[in-house]
Ligand binder design. Structure first.
Ligand code: HEM
Length: 345
């Protein structure tokens, strides 16, 4: 009986794998490099396996994600269909666990929980999450997935000739990395964060961005008052649409989309982070290390676009599955968030 059950389970698994889309060779090669990096790296005496990039978390906070009340009906799809949700927000550094004085990209990843509709990541169709993954720079240092593979391949090779050849063929990479290094950030809550890669929004292509709220004419004074009174932190959530393929290409993440006309950022929502949350809470840190943030936790209306995003589909899932299995963390998306009790002073 057990034997039969084994073969039945094996058959279902094989059919399931065959039916799932095969990842392309570029994604698989990037995944192979990332797996090596992830297995080899880790903070000193770490007992858990960390993410291969953006591993140094500063903290995980709960936020309320509110959709703009006057949003036109045509954009009320996917996560924008309901007025509000709770969300996890994870702030992290790329580039190792060392001092924060070392320049490197700062990340902000948001997981909105309670989003209805079938999700696009295979095996997670019933998940209730929509993720937004951002960094504190509007563009990425590689145009597309092939360039990214060539970049990481040369970076991990330890071969100065290979690195030289890559840099000569891709002068834009070092220039953008140098620009990114100039973005000093003293406070993760005061940063501006973008997605350099595009997403679908209904029939259009878009990029999103968050920045601290600048509402009203006196937000500078009001922000001082809020800080002194230890009140909630507020970020605006903004969306810009693709103007045209020439000025705002889908598959070149080194291009900053122009901000005129269709490209002008429009307010789509607000993230409100209540005060009184304990950043050092062990249970919260553990939960957050076990989360997987990926743009592919989305409904079809917000499908990730371009070859970099396609590679990320395979690589994020592969890495998250390996580290979560290894750490004994839940492999499932969260289905609810217990709201924090606000510390009103
Ligand atoms: C092909 C290109 C890329 C690859 C292969 C890649 C790979 C990864 C992987 C494997 C993780 C860890 C996922 C996990 O274990 O849960 C990750 C996290 C992250 N990536 Fe990327 N990434 C790419 C491009 C980008 C871009 C363009 C951005 C810009 C927004 C970005 C921002 C982040 C951030 C902020 C995190 C941390 C998410 C968190 O807090 O969990 N990545 N990336």
């Amino acid at each position: 009986m057990l034997n039969k059950l084994f073969w039945l389970v094996a058959l279902i698994a094989v059919v399931g794998i065959a039916l799932a889309e095969d990842p392309d060779p570029v994604s698989v090669s990037i995944g192979n490099i990332f797996e090596k990096v992830m297995r080899a790296s880790g903070p000193p005496r770490s007992e858990i396996m960390r993410r291969p990039v953006f591993a140094k978390a500063h903290g995980c906070l709960i936020a309320k994600f509110e959709v703009q009340k006057d949003l036109p009906a045509e954009y009320r799809v996917g996560v924008f269909a309901k007025p509000e949700y709770w969300a996890w927000v994870r702030f992290a550094n790329d580039g190792g666990y060392g001092t924060d004085k070392r320049p490197a990209a700062r990340g902000m990843a948001v997981k909105v929980v309670g989003v209805e509709g079938k999700k696009i990541l295979e095996g997670e169709e019933d998940a209730l999450t929509q993720d937004f993954v951002m960094q504190n720079h509007p563009i990425f240092f590689n145009k597309n997935a092939e360039d990214f593979l060539a970049f990481v391949d040369s970076a991990v090779s330890g071969d100065p000739e290979k690195v030289k050849a890559y840099n000569e063929a891709h002068p834009e990479t070092q220039k953008i990395l140098d620009e990114m290094d100039l973005n000093f950030l003293a406070d993760p809550l005061a940063g501006q964060y973008w997605t350099p890669t595009p997403y679908r929004l209904g029939e259009k292509a878009m990029k999103y961005m968050v920045k601290p709220c600048m509402d009203g004419d006196n937000f500078l004074r009001e922000n001082l008052i809020r800080r002194m009174k230890n009140q909630e932190v507020c970020f605006g959530f903004w969306v810009q649409f693709q103007k045209d393929e020439k000025s705002a290409p889908i598959d070149d993440a080194t291009v900053k989309w122009p901000e005129e006309g269709e490209g002008k950022f429009r307010r789509f929502g607000t993230l409100r982070i209540p005060t009184g949350q304990d950043v050092n809470d062990k249970a919260r840190e553990e939960l957050c290390e076990g989360l997987s943030f990926t743009g592919w936790h989305a409904t079809k209306d917000l499908e990730p676009l371009g070859s970099i995003n396609l590679a990320r589909k395979y690589v994020y899932k592969r890495m998250a599955d390996i580290r979560r299995r290894r750490n004994g963390a839940s492999m499932k998306e969260p289905s609810e968030i217990t709201p924090p009790t606000e510390n009103k002073k």
